[in-house]
Design a binder for this molecule. Structure first.
Ligand code: HSE
Length: 281
């Protein structure tokens, strides 16, 4: 039996729409072994055709030409669904990893990223899920960046969902030159600030003009949460992925409370998907 964990991810980091993502220490745990028939436990999508783990596993078997071995898969899911924390990516990466382990293939992260991106459509969640840390990724390049461990991170996780497909519909198809320049410069400065613990420049992560201005309306508590965060010294307040969660970054410890919204301190996961030796459900 193989046991492994896959981290949650927070995509976009504000100014890095569809190209930046950060792995977080909230994990989905998988127990996988060969079986006579496919058995899935702990999955929300009981229908196989909607099960992203199964879809990714089959796609990987095809990609690596391994043939399809039936599996028993037990999932202990800690990543909340449709909250902008990469729950779909975690299932996809989990399915690809299962194919590599069961067939005793080399863990080739480049190939994992290629398959995962085909399934997910954009690589900003799947890349950090595979590599850990902060990833900047486009169609043919990947930069895996180590974020300073002096930053403090926290999440507000609302009870309600925001579907990525809906959150992509509200975006504008065209950008002004000014807004493009703003996002490019802020991304460059912001990434460096994350690496070097630059407490003056980190605020540029708040400057997004591509998606946050349109998406914040989909999160009814956004303005209130932002107000509370900023009033309490938080330096950066962002929509995590396409929402509904909100990611906060500060040089100081973050401790906040909001009615009906979960608050959780998180850390950067540095490893990405990883096998575990001693772990029991
Ligand atoms: N970059 C994606 C988006 C992440 O913001 O739509 C969500 O999967």
């Amino acid at each position: 039996m193989y046991k492994y964990r896959v981290p949650a991810t927070s995509a976009n980091l504000g100014i890095g729409f569809d190209c930046l993502g950060l792995a977080l220490n909230i994990y989905n745990y998988f127990y996988v072994e060969e079986s006579k028939t496919f058995v899935f436990k702990g999955f929300m999508d009981l229908d196989l055709k909607d099960n992203l783990f199964y879809i990714a596993y089959l796609k990987s078997c095809e990609y690596f030409k391994t043939g399809v071995k039936a599996l028993k898969v037990v999932l202990k899911a800690n990543i909340p669904i449709a909250r902008g924390l990469g729950s779909s990516s975690a299932l996809i990466v989990g399915g690809i990893y299962a194919c590599l382990l069961i067939n005793k293939l080399e863990i080739n992260k480049e190939k994992m990223l290629e398959i995962a991106t085909i399934i997910e459509g954009h690589p900003d969640n799947v890349a950090p899920c595979i590599y850990g840390g902060l990833c900047c990724v486009n169609n043919d390049s990947l930069l895996n960046i180590k974020v300073s461990n002096k930053w403090n991170f926290a999440l507000f996780i609302p009870e309600y969902e925001v579907k990525t497909s809906e959150a992509r519909k509200v975006l504008k198809r065209e950008l002004s030159l000014d807004d493009s320049v703003n996002n490019i410069s802020s991304a460059i400065i912001g990434i460096e600030a994350l690496k070097t613990f630059d407490i003056n420049n980190i605020k540029v992560l708040n400057n997004d003009k591509i998606h946050e201005p349109y998406r914040k309306k989909l999160i009814k508590d956004y303005e209130e949460c932002r107000k509370v965060a900023m009033a309490n010294g938080v330096k950066v307040f962002l929509i995590s992925g396409s929402g509904s969660s909100m990611l906060m970054i500060s040089d100081l410890p973050i401790k906040l409370e909001m009615k009906d919204i979960s608050f959780v301190n998180v850390k950067v996961d540095q490893k990405g998907v990883a096998c575990l030796k001693n772990y029991s459900l």
